[in-house]
Design a protein around this ligand. Structure first.
Ligand code: PHE
Length: 451
């Protein structure tokens, strides 16, 4: 069955498809608010260092595992060593946790697009607009349902490939538009302080928390530690250069995240009149800041509509990739019909996603280990389960199947230039660092230690 897998036609096809999954709300919504919150330049520096070491090694490992076995996560670990099938199972939990709240944020983007189209762009730029929106019990739910429905429909009708094709055209436009908005933002009066905050590392702001946040963000943004890149690898042809594909996906993903930060962070400084507490707005940062940027711009409503359309597409390709993964896990394991499974996954997504929606409104008082519901789901997936999966993958590759096995896979297409870096990160650096960071973050979340 598996040798019938269709493959991506060439390197460009592979890189664009993987980048389609990787580039999404993680880059545009999540990266800027974390960078703002965790000290700006120091976060950026830690993130880039992690991307070229951890990110590179892990993405190479996952894609190579997929290409070697021609299978998705659960099957792939099973074929390589039956005792370690459980890693595939743990990895599979991650998309199930992320998908529901991803659709909630996707709903916020849809709402902003609708507001801009219906001529409320100015309104959206006023203080309190976002707060009023998410704290109402009904509206966020409606947009969440619309967004989750769109994702499911794309899969049910099989138009997901079409969406991906459109997104390949949209993505380059997104890059150009982001560049334009970023340059504009940098020149808003008062923004220069924000540019400096974003690009100059302040080492006094360095902490274990910064590293943990950057690491979770790296996994999330590059769709790592959840089996997704293994699946993509399983569709990759043996003669496509694996190492340079990984580098291109990373560059693309990091480039968009960097630009998103540049669009948002300087503008936060410009519009808050130097009030640094605005930097810790968290998940709402992009929604509060960007409408103000568009409002101050000539033709801002049009630019805003274009921007939110592009972000919506980037988000949809990612949520489709998440939902596909969840649907195929259930289809394969329970031998169910795809369409029925898709409906069940949609229902499950809605039920769990509602918790995140209500966490901002009627259940605002409910806190789990001090966190709002959406933040809690985000924490469990990005700061707990993904580091565990990354750790287990590193141990598995480093000591069970041995890096050599994957190095050989990479070398099927071309010489592996950074094989020493790959081996050292996988065997030593990644396991040690992940354990240290993971343990300290969990202890601090439960208030046992203070970071
Ligand atoms: N990487 C995507 C983003 O940055 C999120 C995602 C994770 C998508 C896993 C698919 C799978 O938005």
């Amino acid at each position: 069955m598996d040798n019938k897998r269709s493959t991506f036609t060439g390197k460009l096809g592979f890189v664009l498809a993987a980048a389609g999954s990787a580039v999404g709300l993680g880059n545009i919504w999540r990266f800027p608010y974390l960078a703002a919150q965790y000290g700006g330049g120091i976060f950026l520096l830690v993130y880039i260092l992690l991307a070229v070491t951890f990110g590179f090694a892990l993405m190479t490992a996952e894609i190579a595992i997929g290409r070697k076995t021609g299978l998705s996560a659960i099957g792939a670990f099973k074929v390589l060593n039956k005792k370690y099938t459980f890693i595939g199972y743990i990895a599979s939990i991650v998309p199930m946790i992320i998908l529901p709240y991803y659709c909630v944020i996707g709903g916020w983007v849809t709402k902003y697009l609708a507001a801009f189209i219906s001529g409320s762009a100015q309104n959206a730029a006023t203080d309190g607009y976002f707060g009023t929106f998410i704290s109402s019990a009904g509206e966020p739910v409606i947009w969440f349902l619309i967004y989750a429905g769109l994702t499911a429909i794309a899969i049910l009708l099989g138009v997901n490939k079409g969406v991906e094709r459109v997104s390949k055209i949209m993505m380059p436009i997104l890059v150009v538009l982001s560049l334009f908005i970023a340059i504009y933002s940098m020149f808003i009066p008062g923004a220069i302080k924000g540019v400096l905050y974003y690009i100059t590392p302040d080492f006094s702001k360095f902490s274990v928390k910064t590293v943990l946040a950057a690491m979770g963000q790296l996994f999330y943004s590059m769709s790592l530690a959840m089996g997704i890149m293994i699946t993509y690898g399983s569709y990759m042809k043996k003669d496509v250069n694996l190492e340079s594909s990984v580098k291109q996906i990373e560059l693309f993903d990091t480039g968009i995240a960097f630009l998103a930060g540049l669009m948002i962070i300087p503008a936060v400084f410009a519009f808050s009149g130097g009030d640094e507490s605005a930097l810790s707005a968290g998940p709402s940062l992009m929604f509060i800041t960007l409408p103000k940027v568009f409002e101050s711009m000539w033709g801002g409503t049009f630019i805003g509509i274009l921007f939110f359309v592009l972000v919506l597409f980037a988000a949809l390709t990612s949520s489709i990739s998440l939902m596909e993964t969840v649907v195929s896990i259930f289809c394969d394991k329970l031998n169910l019909n795809r369409k029925i499974t898709c409906v069940f996954v949609l229902i499950g997504t809605i039920l769990i996603g509602l918790l995140s929606c209500f966490g901002y409104s009627i259940w605002a008082e409910v806190k789990i280990i001090g966190m709002q519901m959406l933040d809690f789901f985000d924490f469990i997936s990005n700061s707990v389960i993904m580091p565990i999966v990354a750790f287990l993958t590193a141990i598995f590759v480093g000591y069970v199947i041995k890096p050599k096995t994957l190095v050989e896979e990479v070398e099927l297409s071309a010489a592996f230039k950074q094989k020493t870096l790959f081996t050292i990160v996988i065997k030593y650096i990644a396991p040690v660092c992940i354990v240290l960071i993971l343990v300290s973050s969990v202890l601090s979340a439960f208030g046992i230690i203070k970071l």
